[in-house]
Design a protein around this ligand. Sequence first.
Ligand SMILES: [Fe+2]
Length: 340
Amino acid sequence: MKVLLISLIFITFLAPAQQADVAVNKEILRIAFGSCSKQDQPESQLWAEVNKTNPDLWVWLGDNIYGDTEDMDVMKAKYDQQKSHTGYKTLLSRSSVIGIWDDHDFGVNDGGAEYPMKDQSRDLLFDFLNVDKNNPARKRQGAYQSYTYNNSQGNIKVILLDARYFRDSLKWENPGTDDKIALKNETGDILGETQWKWLENQLSDNEIDLFILASGIQVIPEEHRWEKWSNFPMAKERLLNTIKKIDTPLIIISGDRHLSEVSKLDLEGYDYPLYELTSSSLNSPSTISEENNRFRLKNKIHERNFATMTIIWIAGKPSIQLKYIGKGGKSLASHQIQFN
Ligand SMILES: [Fe+2]
């Protein structure tokens, strides 16, 4: 019995499950990110502006193409078109590129687990992103992934959540109309149990100095009528409770909305303010409209844009300069985010 107990403890200690899917020894000082890019509108892409910021890493936050099909030949052709843009090819040659999907590149507007082509679509996403054949994410269901960047001053882990493949159904008021309103699924889930366990494990990594948690749909905002984590209150509470368990700075990045904004939540029980940086859209912004978000800092942005986070380490804590950048490299907004 004693031997069994000792060996169980030993096995627990050895389990390396909190390690990222991929660990890279690369100095990541500037991370650029964006979402919602219509692949058939090359003239309005912002890749030249993205490349001018010299990002070490680009993170796609979903709607990376407007696939919206169950025909995988059509989906692949759209990815090929996105990949063919000169500026994007330059980005691929200079920067690391990772990403997660949202609904349109998943394959169906506002879609979830019911979409029949999700396995084939996932493989096309990973091919588009050049996800390595040996990446453990390729052997799982869904598109969630994690990447650790080992920096000399602090280690960064980017966790890409899949909010589509396992997501329970979402009901709408006035479905199919311009006035549709996403309703709450009080007991529904977004991530699925396997991804939850993986996420909890990824966040237990005590070698990390900054977590970046990516989700296509927004996490913090509650008031708007579109898709968001707040439509699945149990899942949102579970996510916030999971974040509370860590004692490391964490930033959420999201897309989907065709507008950009910064949300800040003071999460009781968590040592740091919780920021969510939403950047959308790269080439298809929404028109200006009233929309409340009680967590929003400053103003929302309705021009095509992407964002950059420049990270400076001060006494082991990240200090982040956030910039939203638009056409011609125009600065649309900036924020300073401190964690000390
Ligand atoms: Fe979306």
